[in-house]
Design a protein around this ligand. Structure first.
Ligand code: SIN
Ligand code: FE
Length: 295
């Protein structure tokens, strides 16, 4: 595989439309077919008086990223004192607002149904970070989160590299979702009877974990824990320069983040019903492979 198989580059230069219908169609088609949409001419603007915020120690020790709930404006996991934290909140909130506007204008078919989830600032260097294999995002995986059942809803993520020293963000992108799912689905066991109910009662999941969520978590874990797969799976290594913005469905695109620091990220959830090609979604692919309804 090479970069051309997994990336689609668009000449977008503004965080808002109007965008040409042909360009919007190209963006939609590439995303739903599991490509990473790259916008090399769309830097996220950092104000001169924000430059001092682009450093690892603005993040707290609890988690690797600083994160914002863009609906409440509350910033989590920052080590900054309140005054400084206000400036960081404003920067991350501006990224959230720019991202929402870009997607509303570029993917208007999604906009009415799309939910804006958390925004994050990722100042820490990825390379050399020690984590458990399950949390190790330098291994190829599709995104699936234990506490947040989605019942088939898509995870669309937009990133921008804002590293002040010009460091690239290096990703590995793997094979298509279907061959990956075909390989690992037989290795995902059934959930214990009653476990979805119990996880919800205990507050471990926000809502009931569906069969879809169980399988996606299983694929995430089985894939990351298979050292032979990680060493030999088809992939293309790609880099995103400072000043580059990119987005993809991370529940569908096999990806690993290998190196880099100082990225901003915005997550959106989009229902399958908003897709132009629902048959390409992980939910429909898994339902076809499993021969049953999953959500
Ligand atoms: C990931 O979703 O695996 C991490 C992506 C990144 O931070 O570049
Ligand atoms: Fe991921």
């Amino acid at each position: 595989m090479d970069a051309a198989d997994v990336l689609e580059t668009l000449p977008i230069t503004a965080w808002h439309g109007p965008f040409d219908p042909a360009l919007r169609h190209q963006a939609l088609t590439a995303l739903e077919h599991g490509k990473v949409l790259v916008l090399p001419d769309l830097p996220f603007p950092i104000a001169p008086d924000e430059a001092d915020l682009l450093r690892p120690d603005v993040a707290g020790a609890e988690r690797k990223n600083v994160s914002l709930d863009p609906r409440t404006g509350r910033l989590g996991n920052t080590a900054l004192p309140p005054q400084q934290a206000g400036r960081l909140t404003a920067m991350v909130q501006r990224f959230a607002d720019h991202s929402a506007r870009l997607l509303a204008d570029l993917l208007p078919g999604y906009a009415p149904a799309m939910e804006q989830a958390r925004t994050s600032f990722r100042p820490n260097e990825i390379a050399g970070r020690s984590t458990s294999p399950r949390h190790d995002d330098t291994r190829l995986h599709v995104d699936a989160f234990p506490s947040r059942p989605l019942a088939g809803r898509r995870i669309l993520r937009l990133f921008s590299n804002v590293a002040p020293d010009g460091a690239v963000r290096a990703w590995r992108v793997g094979e298509k979702f279907e061959p990956f799912a075909q390989r690992f689905l037989p290795r995902v066991g059934r959930p214990l009877p009653g476990s979805a109910w119990l996880l919800e009662q205990l507050g471990i999941t926000k809502g009931r974990r569906s069969a879809y969520d169980h399988l996606m978590l299983g694929l995430h874990d089985r894939g990351k824990l298979d050292a032979a797969y990680q060493a030999t799976a088809p992939h293309a290594d790609v880099t995103f320069q400072t000043g580059t913005t990119w987005l993809c469905f991370t529940d569908q695109v096999l990806h690993a983040a290998l190196a880099g620091h100082c990225a901003l990220e915005q997550t959106f959830h989009v229902p399958v019903s908003a897709m132009a090609a629902p048959q390409l979604t992980p939910l429909r692919v898994l339902e076809r492979l499993a021969g049953r309804h999953l959500a």
